[in-house]
Design a protein around this ligand. Structure first.
Ligand code: OAD
Length: 272
């Protein structure tokens, strides 16, 4: 056992005194719910429970590439609601940026497509957007990129964008990874990093979509893993050095920051 016990206090000592320099953060939609973006699977409030109005054959179809080819409209209806720009990072995002600022962030793997890690100040080379993002878009047939301002215009007017090359005319889709599509090469290129970490932090994810959900298992057996989530997920808690901080992740982050003596710095970074 690396930690004295499985408390957040012991983990804070480990970060400060060990000290942990190669921290890998793995996050999901739960870190953005406090920013006003729904997650996917929380009963009642999650996106998948609220798609009845879109008449989908099953909820995840809205992010399925084969379904999109035939029916792009439901996705574009949702895209308008989810489009980045109107949301602000949470204190949990700011904590990731603080780790980077302190030179302790080895990598932030995120499943989120909201770009809030970047907005919070996490450097681009420290983020792996495993499921892509809304930042860029292209034709799904000829792969030609589509301009950002045109995309915003289409999304706002709820008009499905099409490839500007008239001989192609294919559907344009943000570079979000849909079910049925491969993950970006950046994910593969960075997938050796969890095994090099001296601390793994898992935040706001149900760990239900692979291969992302397998990442925490790549941590070395003696390496502490911290879960900040409303519920216990995956195999978090099965190892002697797993620390579970169950509840809203912003509250857990504030508690951890206080134990580290980083509260003021964190709040200042968050307020910008
Ligand atoms: P989920 O909706 O599956 O899981 C969100 C998790 O965060 C749940 O365990 C919630 O209990 C928890 N949660 C919600 N709000 C929280 C809060 N304020 N504090 C702490 N925990 C909170 O979202 P993801 O795990 O991100 O993929 O979903 C993974 C993938 O499934 C997504 O990237 C998306 C989706 O289908 C694609 O679309 C390809």
């Amino acid at each position: 056992q690396t930690l004295g016990d499985r408390s957040l206090e012991s983990l804070a000592h480990y970060i400060k005194d060990a000290p942990a320099w190669r921290i890998v953060v793995m996050c999901g939609a739960g870190i953005s719910t406090a920013a006003g973006i729904p997650d996917f699977r929380s009963p009642g409030t999650g996106l998948y429970d609220n798609l009845a109005r879109l008449n989908l054959p099953y909820a995840e179809a809205v992010f399925d590439i084969e379904y999109f080819r035939k029916h792009p409209e439901p996705f574009y209806y949702l895209a308008k609601e989810l489009y980045p720009g109107k949301f602000h990072p949470t204190i949990s995002h700011a904590f990731i940026a603080l780790l980077a600022k302190k030179g302790r962030l080895l990598m932030n793997f995120t499943q989120n497509i909201d770009c809030l890690e970047r907005r919070a100040g996490v450097p681009a080379d420290k983020i792996v957007e495993a499921h892509g993002s809304f930042a860029t878009q292209r034709c799904i047939e000829c792969r030609t990129p589509f301009p950002d301002d045109d995309m915003l215009d289409h999304v706002q007017r709820e008009v499905v964008p099409r490839c500007k090359d008239r001989s192609c005319g294919g559907l344009v889709k943000p570079d979000i990874v849909f079910f049925g599509e491969a993950l970006p090469s950046a994910f593969r290129d960075a997938s050796h990093l969890p095994a090099m970490a001296d601390l793994v932090i898992v935040m706001g994810t149900s760990l239900s979509v692979y291969p992302f959900a397998g990442l925490p298992e790549y941590a070395q057996p003696h390496v502490p893993r911290l879960l900040l989530n409303k519920e216990r997920v995956g195999r978090m808690g099965y190892r002697p050095d797993d620390v579970l901080e169950l509840g809203p992740c912003d509250a857990g982050i504030r508690r951890l920051a206080a134990l580290l003596g980083w509260s003021e710095e964190l709040e200042a970074l968050w307020r910008g």
